[in-house]
Write a new protein. Structure first.
Ligand SMILES: NC(=O)c1ccc[n+]([C@@H]2O[C@H](COP(=O)([O-])OP(=O)(O)OC[C@H]3O[C@@H](n4cnc5c(N)ncnc54)[C@H](O)[C@@H]3O)[C@@H](O)[C@H]2O)c1
Ligand SMILES: [Zn+2]
Length: 379
């Protein structure tokens, strides 16, 4: 018998569009996306907070579909924020809505909301019929500059962040800038941390741009905020599309810089600490560790901390000091959980310099703890 072993590369198209007023009748983006997909039915789900901030949105969507190449079969509102990721409740409700609307695999679920909402709805879309076509419209700084242009979605389980989920390329992502400007100020500002993160690990020029525009970025000037979101989103999307490991089967995770502590702080705080603030603390910690361990030049901290301070982002959280019955810092368990979540050997990205990450496989726990003490003193 001849053997028929084969290896065939599989390609995916990752469509990411930047625009404003996606549902305006003269905006061609959504029509072109739906036309390309050979549209059928479309169900729109909107996060409550977004619908409340944009009271005319449902009308706009209904009017817009008069000329779109797919039939609008409903607009449903749903809550967002971390509670929708806490368990399966909202995933199941989304499945029920997909089923009731008779969406098939050629139909679209158009989801408009923040990162937590998109994670839960995206997981439901990726698993209903093994995947209905998801068109994401992220509405927060973080979801536009990072999570919304990615290919992952998940909810929490067993006390762990993002424990159940899938890798699934959305049919399209539409970053509609107008949504950025209705977010609560804390969310609008907080999501900038993922832009600082991707600049630090990938693009020195972008970090220098952030430094040069610090004042206007800190003031959340619309044009600067939008430019920052777009550049960060492109760096994230390019890493996924061109970095050679879109579904993260290797151990290296440059986009997770600072995230081992962040994820643990989120679960220690029972998810009351938002992801952006947790990442900010985690990024401060791993930046300091990079500098104090000699991986990076000592001058690194002197560049990064003024940016974090200038943007008014957190560098410390009391949960860094919480201890278990053996008097160990609880957050350190995050290292093991991070390794287990990603698979393979422990791989943490540290900074060799601005714009240059380096994977490390061993950690000096005593030094991590002294960095935590230093952060407490700095904060
Ligand atoms: N899938 C991924 O690859 C990935 C990557 C990074 C982060 N995440 C996840 O993203 C989540 C955080 O997302 P987030 O920072 O967008 O927070 P969020 O989704 O919790 O939204 C923050 C707040 O803003 C409100 N809101 C959202 N858009 C608004 C708008 N335009 N106007 C007014 N209010 C608005 C929400 O209701 C919520 O109260 C975390 O759960 C994190 O784990 C996922
Ligand atoms: Zn993140």
């Amino acid at each position: 018998m001849p053997r028929h072993d084969f290896q065939i590369p599989v390609t995916f198209k990752h469509r990411v569009v930047f625009t404003r007023n996606a549902f305006s009748p003269d905006n061609p983006e959504l029509a072109s996306i739906l036309r390309e997909g050979g549209g059928r039915r479309a169900l729109v789900v909107i996060e409550n907070a977004v619908a409340a901030a944009w009271p005319g949105l449902e009308r706009e969507i209904t009017d817009c579909f008069q000329t779109l190449p797919a039939r609008l079969v409903g607009i449903r509102l749903m809550p967002g924020g971390e509670t929708v990721k806490a368990d399966e409740t909202w995933v199941r409700k989304t499945w029920e809505r997909i089923a009731a609307a008779h969406l098939d695999r050629h139909s679209y679920l158009i989801a408009i909301g923040g990162g937590a909402f998109l994670d839960a709805v995206g997981y439901a879309a990726a698993t209903a019929h093994r995947g209905v076509r998801l068109v994401r419209l992220p509405t927060t700084t973080l979801s536009q500059d990072d999570s919304g242009v990615g290919v992952k979605c998940a909810i929490n389980a067993f006390g762990k962040k993002n424990w159940v989920g899938v890798f699934a390329v959305p049919f399209a992502v539409i970053n509609d800038f107008r949504f950025l400007h209705s977010q609560p100020e804390e969310t609008r500002r907080g999501g900038l941390i993922e832009a600082v993160k991707v600049a630090l690990v990938k693009d020195r020029g972008f970090f220098e741009w952030i430094e040069a525009n610090l004042e206007s970025l800190a003031a959340l000037e619309p044009a600067t905020l939008e430019a920052c979101v777009e550049r960060s989103a492109m760096l994230h999307a390019r890493h996924i599309a061109e970095g050679g490991d879109p579904f993260e089967s290797g151990s290296s995770r440059p986009l997770d810089f600072g995230h081992w502590a962040a994820h643990k702080l989120e679960s220690l705080s029972a998810y009351t600490l938002p992801h952006d603030q947790a990442v900010s603390v985690g990024l401060a910690l791993d930046t300091l560790y990079s500098a104090r361990s000699g991986i990076a030049p000592p001058s690194l901290a002197g560049r990064v901390f003024p940016v974090l301070r200038g943007l008014r982002l957190a560098i410390h959280h009391p949960a860094l000091d919480w201890r278990d019955s053996l008097d160990q810092r609880k957050v350190l368990a995050g290292l093991d959980e991070f390794r287990e979540h990603l698979g393979g050997e422990l791989t943490l990205l540290m900074l060799r310099d601005i714009g240059q990450g380096i994977d490390v496989h061993e950690v000096d726990y005593a030094l991590v703890e002294s960095c935590m003490d230093e952060l407490r003193a700095m904060a």
